[in-house]
Design a protein around this ligand. Structure first.
Ligand code: MCN
Length: 781
């Protein structure tokens, strides 16, 4: 039986544990003597703290402690700036990071004020009602534009405005390009965004073992190594004395990277103080406020276009809602700024954004991480241009695509990884052609007319995008053959459902000739692998995957060398297959990998100078810059013109993420991303009132798409390998979510023939009720 699995739709190694309930999640951690934590959170968005009285709470039986910011002493400090602003000349950035417990002011609903520790979560929750908090309410800063008016209240009193950051990037000369344009189309685009809503909310368990001077933290984080290093520094411990374990995590989608959430900082501190293990699990209501969001941009964008539909230039000015603090720097708006350029030749680009502090929860990346906002703007501008010029919408895209011979294609602006935004490789036109073919573009107009004659309103949407993936700095992996012949792999990134336990095994299996099921992968345990960055920016496959590959290659070389010595033959005469090394053409002459691992750890004699015991290797991989994936989504919808109910009749994705490791996992990634994209495009909107109160903080009111709303998808792939890593991989984890907004807008416009009625859909989300409002007004929105 062949052991080749690379590139095959191998079933996931981890599913047996997950499906039989054997997988350990943070809430499964039960320790003797464990205490439970609940947080009193601010119910107002902006207020000065006059006083907090916890004395009554402390009298409640079972309550162990109730701490405010004042009780934290020197431990109270601002969180780290996770991502400093990129070195773009003229950039303004005001660093104001979050705090563990609010001290003088509260800056958003849900900001924690008091940490209560009790014998049970029930007691801790009840004790929250015993606490008296006196707040002096201030005007809440909610509206992005009003936030910038001189008369606005200020989220941070020490700043003279609510500007968190201001960035300008440009290439070419937009003004000169616009002067030559056949027409310039200018519109305002609004993009609301939601919350990540993973099935498993956040959670932390901390256990201080004073005898061993060892802190163990089970955390739903996407970046366990960062958390270990940061907490060790804060707690005054050696990094070696802190172990962070991100066990099975039920979805992360970006917000679980944030460092530090107050709960991550406070539970370990409290565990050391009380010498007891502690647990906090976020409840669904808390998730609306206590976990970061991605949300709110207003773009004023224009496109300068030639008579034949060629893009001469694009200008964009946008406001980005950063929420109350900016620990994540500028990642989200820089992604919007860069991703707007899409797969198109845009020689002249002028883009400015202002990140704004508001009294709303903090904004950090959420699957797509701002890319969808940029894609929405450029794809909508192209639709408007196509309509204005009477050019077919597929054609206007085609004539502007970057040609294959232009790669690597330098976009001349700086990307989120501080490197120039350069597309490493791509071949965009075949992807567009395949999507058009799959959706039945050529025959659609006739089908639409026929449907309309029967009183049915069907419409088609088409959207292109590129996605920066696989950024540095680096990841590492240790690959080790055990003496029983099984292989173990450890890497520093965490896993939240992406299938790393299988794909990393597939990579090593390819080098070592063993079955995927004989390879055990550990991710997200800092005691198993010390170094790394984390799972974000669709980088796991590229960065950790290549590290696994490099380490497995070294192990392979070691195995062949050892076997060559044993058999006294050249390594070239050896084959490594089915878990054993054999001599070509000499059947029966072989040694298993397990026996070789045993020989590499001799019990007698000496390990030869220049060699190491064990059949293992640790290697690192750091890409010079990100790899650029691309794709086209197309969909056909049927609309009810009265209720605006929408049915997706067909959904097509053509995608290029270079070398594919596991097409089934990849399909799952795209499906999940599209499902989230559908939520963002059609269902999910956080409804804030003007005092920063969330009006729909429950899953009965904040609607997520269900399985009934997510269609079957037809997926196909082209493969343009990345030249930036030996395996030619590009990332894929966010691809599904990125182009769904403009796809909905275009398909709905097409179904209801809105452009001919002077109605343009320039905002996301487009719920049935919003569509009703927009079409009734009969005006642009
Ligand atoms: N893959 C592949 N071939 C490729 C590229 C990817 O087989 N050419 C596989 C990978 O090996 C991996 C998966 O697809 O198993 C995703 O790979 P990658 O694009 O590298 O993404 P990451 O591993 O870095 O995961 C992060 C990415 C991001 S940024 C978000 S957000 C997201 C996502 O993945 N969050 C997820 N997918 C998610 N899926 C689940 N179930 N849960 C989340 O929280």
């Amino acid at each position: 039986m062949s052991t080749r699995s690379f590139g095959q739709p191998v079933k996931r190694n981890e599913d047996r544990k997950l499906l039989t309930g054997q997988a350990l999640f943070v809430d499964d951690v039960e320790l003797p003597g464990m205490l439970h934590v609940a947080f009193l959170r601010s119910q107002v968005a902006h207020a000065r703290i006059v006083g907090i009285d916890v004395s009554k709470a402390l009298q409640r039986p079972g309550v162990i402690a109730a701490w405010t910011a004042a009780d934290l002493g020197a431990y109270w400090r601002h969180g780290p700036l996770l991502v400093p602003p990129p070195p773009i000349p003229g950039t303004i950035f005001h660093e104001r990071t979050q705090v563990p417990l609010a001290k003088d002011k509260v800056r958003h609903v849900g900001e924690p004020l008091v940490m209560v520790v009790a014998e049970s979560r029930y007691i801790a929750e009840d004790a929250l009602d015993d606490i008296d908090v006196e707040l002096e309410a201030l005007d809440a800063v909610v509206d992005l534009e009003r936030a910038l008016e001189a008369s606005s209240a200020r989220v941070h009193d020490d700043l003279d405005s609510n500007v968190s950051a201001h960035v300008h990037q440009s290439k070419g000369n937009y003004v000169a390009a616009a002067a030559k344009a056949h027409c310039i189309l200018k519109r305002r685009f609004l993009y609301e965004h939601g919350i990540s809503s993973p099935i498993e909310t956040r959670g932390v368990v901390a256990n201080w073992d004073a005898r061993a001077s060892q802190m163990t933290i089970w955390d739903t984080t996407q970046a366990p190594v960062f958390v270990r290093n940061g907490l060790a520094a804060m707690l005054g411990l050696n990094e070696r004395n802190v172990r962070v374990v991100a066990p099975f995590v039920g979805g992360g989608f970006g917000p679980k990277i944030m460092m530090f959430y107050p709960e991550e900082v406070l539970l370990p501190w409290a565990s050391m103080r009380l010498n007891r293990p502690l647990k906090w699990i976020e409840d669904r209501l808390e998730h609306f406020f206590a976990t970061t969001h991605e949300r709110g941009q207003i773009h004023d964008a224009e496109i300068a276009i030639a008579a034949d539909g060629r893009i001469l230039g694009v200008k964009d000015m946008f406001l980005h809602d950063g929420g109350a603090y900016d620990p994540y720097g500028l990642t989200v708006p820089i992604n919007s700024q860069c991703t707007l350029l899409g797969p198109y030749v845009i020689a002249n680009y002028d883009s400015t954004f202002t990140q704004v502090f508001t009294n709303l929860p903090i904004v950090t990346p959420y699957r797509g991480a701002g890319r969808q906002h940029g894609v929405f703007v450029i794809e909508r501008l192209l639709d408007l241009a196509a309509h204005e010029l009477g050019i077919d919408r597929a054609e206007i895209r085609r004539i502007n695509l970057i040609p294959p011979e232009a790669f690597p294609y330098n976009n001349e602006i700086i990307y989120q990884d501080f490197a120039p935004l350069s597309y490493d490789s791509g071949n965009y036109e075949p992807v567009l052609d395949m999507a058009l073919e799959a959706i039945g573009y050529a025959g659609f107009k006739a089908a639409q007319a026929e449907a309309r004659a029967q009183g049915r309103y069907i419409g088609l949407g088409l959207a292109c995008y590129v996605e920066g993936t696989g950024i540095g700095p680096y990841e590492g992996a240790k690959v080790q053959v055990q003496s029983n012949g099984k292989v173990s792999i450890a890497t520093g990134i965490g896993t939240q459902g992406q299938g790393h336990f299988t794909v990393f095994a597939q990579i090593a299996a390819e080098q070592l000739g063993v079955a995927v099921t004989d390879i055990d992968v550990v991710t997200g345990d800092t005691d198993q692998f010390y170094w790394g960055a984390g799972t974000f920016a669709s980088r796991g496959a590229v960065v950790a995957g290549n590290a696994v590959n490099e380490a497995a290659k070294v192990v392979r070389q070691k195995a062949l060398k050892l076997a060559g010595e044993l058999f006294e033959c050249s390594e070239d005469d050896l084959v490594l297959e089915n878990g054993k090394v054999s001599i070509t053409g000499v059947p029966g002459q072989f040694i298993t990998l397990g026996d070789l691992a045993g020989r590499a750890n001799p019990m007698r004699g000496a390990v030869k100078p220049g060699t190491e015991p064990g059949l293992e290797a640790t290697q690192y991989f750091g890409p010079p810059s990100g790899a650029t994936a691309n794709g086209v989504h197309a969909m056909i919808v049927e609309m009810d013109p009265r209720t605006f109910d929408l049915k997706i009749l067909k959904y097509v994705v053509v995608h290029d993420c270079g070398t594919v490791i596991n097409p089934m996992i990849l399909a799952g990634q795209i499906h999940g991303g599209v499902a989230q994209g559908i939520g963002n495009a059609f269902f999910e909107k956080l409804a804030w009132d003007d005092q920063g109160q969330l009006l729909n903080a429950s899953l009965a009111d904040y609607l997520l798409p269900t399985s009934l709303d997510v269609p079957r998808m037809e997926l196909s792939h082209t493969v343009t390998p990345s030249p930036l890593n030996p395996m030619g991989i590009k990332g894929a984890g966010e691809a599904g979510a990125i182009p769904v907004g403009p796809l909905f807008a275009q398909a709905i416009e097409d179904a209801l023939d809105l452009p001919s009625r002077g109605i343009e859909l320039l905002e996301i989300p487009l719920s049935p009720s919003r569509l009703y409002e927009l079409t009734r007004k009969g005006e642009r929105s």
